[in-house]
Structures are given as C-alpha cells and as structure tokens.
Write a protein that binds this ligand. Structure first.
Ligand code: NAP
Length: 271
C-alpha cells in the first residue's frame, strides 16, 4: 500500500484551519531568511503560504548575504522578547560568516518550532518533553499513525544521522519502543542490516534502498528528496522495484514532504 502523505497532510491542514478559526488568539510566525538561495526562498514561500492558509499571521524578515551576524542575533532577541510572536524559524543554510550555532542557541526554546535549540534537542534525547518535536520525524510518525502501523517492538533501521532527520527520527522511534539501528556513510554491511528491518527510514539523498533489501512485510519510508541526473525529483528508494514487494511505502514526491509541512504547522499552532 502506498502511504499517501499528501492526502494525510491535507486532512491535518484542514483540521488545523478549523481549529484556528474557532480560537480567539492566533499564532504569529516570524521567519528569518538570509541571502538569495533559490531553494531556501521556495521553502520559505511555501511555509508562509501554508501558515497563512490555516490562519497564522506570518512575517518574513529578509537580509542580504553579507548581513552582519550581530544584526541576526539582535533580531532574534527582539523576536524572543516580543510576546505577540509565538514561533520563530530561521531558514538554513546561513552564509558561512554567520555562526549557525550562535543563531540556534539564541532562539527561545518556547518559540523553536523547528526543534533546533540545545534545550529542545536535549529534552528529546533525555526522554523529557521538548516544547516541539522536529517536523520531519514527527511527520513520519504521524503518517505511520494515520495508517495504524505499529511501531512498538519493531526493528526500525534509520539510514542517515543528521541532526534534523536521522538522529531525532531514531530517538522518536525509540520513544515509541521500536528497536532502532542507525546507519550512516561508514556503516559496514548496510544491505544486510536493512534486510533485518521491519521499518526502514531512509534519509540520505542518494539511491540506497533496492528490492533485494526488503520483503513483503517491510514498511519503507523515503525521506530523501533530490533531483536525479535528468532533473526529476526522486528519493532514496528505488520505488518502481521496491513498491511491488513491500507492505507499505511512501512515494517521492507526495510522501514525507507534505507530512513535514503538516507537522510544522502543528508545531506553529501549538506555539
Ligand atoms: P545530510 O545532513 O546530508 O545527512 C545525510 C546522511 O546520510 C548522513 O548521516 C550520511 O552519513 C548518510 N549517508 C551518506 N551517504 C550514505 C551511504 N552511502 N550509506 C549510508 N548513509 C549515507 O542530509 P539530511 O538533511 O538528513 O537529509 C537527507 C535527505 O532527506 C536529503 O535528500 C534531504 O533533501 C531530505 N529531506 C527531506 C525532507 C522532507 O521533508 N521530505 C526533510 C529534510 C530532509 P555521515 O553522517 O556518515 O556523513
């Protein structure tokens, strides 16, 4: 069965819109965008559009590539201290002269809807409640839940160990009582490990998962999204050969991508 992230996401977004329509006070999102990276501009535009659609007031603060680091840090201070602002997003990547670490540490954990700050990341790894869960892993779990796919007791193999996807994904699966293996570029026998998985979550950005690594009980979640040599959007899983074999699979596009947006909107509404 194909896990339809687009349909589940649309349902969640409509639910959030209805919820906000009934509320007196609305969330207020501030987005900081530095430079002219075309992909970043598209991501920010899409987040703003979706947030405004559900009824979230949104401001984008744009800065040129050569902006001083202190300007960004001061802006975050100002947004932290503005009680009307409930959520802050800083679009990554930042130019090299701006310390990503300083910027992240500046954001108030209570407004950190991306779950980037050390406090929220620490709470997540300590098994405490973070103010917000990271959007992509939370979106993956929301999708599994929407299809009543059991996680507890399953062997989940997460491929990728980035701070925004792989690591928090592994921690969140662990919280759900999965037995978790994390793989990365130095993992030996990747293929053999994937073969032992009930649930595979691939977050790499390269073609990794082939049909010989899965079986008819596998649940395959493809977080990867990139353009192939022909310029087409694709994921980490060879969808055409894996889809006929496995029990559940996400498509790319239309799988994890829309769930990430829905999950982020949940965080903004929670803020
Ligand atoms: P990242 O920071 O580049 O991390 C990639 C991870 O893959 C690293 O941990 C790396 O290992 C590992 N890796 C690289 N080559 C490998 C190999 N041959 N075998 C096993 N592991 C390998 O990327 P990211 O930010 O996590 O994103 C991963 C993918 O997900 C990208 O395609 C990105 O566009 C996509 N993404 C999608 C969404 C969405 O909403 N759909 C959200 C976020 C990201 P090392 O640590 O050893 O280098």
């Amino acid at each position: 069965m194909i896990l339809d992230g687009k349909a589940v996401s649309d349902r969640i977004i409509e639910g959030l819109k209805e919820e906000l329509a009934k509320r007196g006070s609305k969330p207020y999102l501030a987005v900081i965008l530095v430079g002219n990276d075309p992909a970043s501009r598209v991501y920010v535009r899409n987040k703003k559009k979706k947030a405004e659609y559900i009824g979230v007031k949104t401001d984008i603060f744009e800065y040129p590539d050569d902006v001083d680091e202190s300007v960004i840090l001061n802006k975050i201070d100002e947004l932290n201290n503005n009680s009307e602002i409930t959520a802050i997003l800083v679009q990554m990547p930042l130019p090299a002269h701006i310390s990503k670490e300083k910027v992240i540490c500046k954001i108030s954990p209570q407004k950190d809807v991306d779950c980037f700050t050390p406090e929220n990341v620490g709470r997540l790894s300590a098994g405490l409640e973070p103010y917000f869960y990271p959007a992509t892993p939370q979106g993956v779990l929301m999708l599994l839940d929407a299809y009543n796919i059991e996680v507890e007791g399953k062997h989940a193999v997460v491929i990728g160990r980035s701070n925004i996807v792989g690591k928090p994904m592994a921690q969140m699966l662990l919280r759900r009582n999965a037995t978790v293996t994390i793989c990365h570029s130095k993992t030996k026998n990747l293929e053999d490990i994937i073969k032992t998985a009930d649930i595979v979550v691939s977050a790499v950005g390269k073609k990794i998962v082939r049909c010989k690594m899965v079986c008819k009980k596998s649940v395959v979640i493809d977080v990867g999204i990139y353009r192939d040599s022909n310029g087409n959007l694709t994921g980490d899983v060879d969808f055409n050969e894996v889809e006929p074999v496995v029990e559940y699979i996400t498509p790319v596009p239309g799988g994890v991508g829309p769930m990430t947006i829905a999950s982020l909107m949940c965080n903004i509404v929670k803020s």
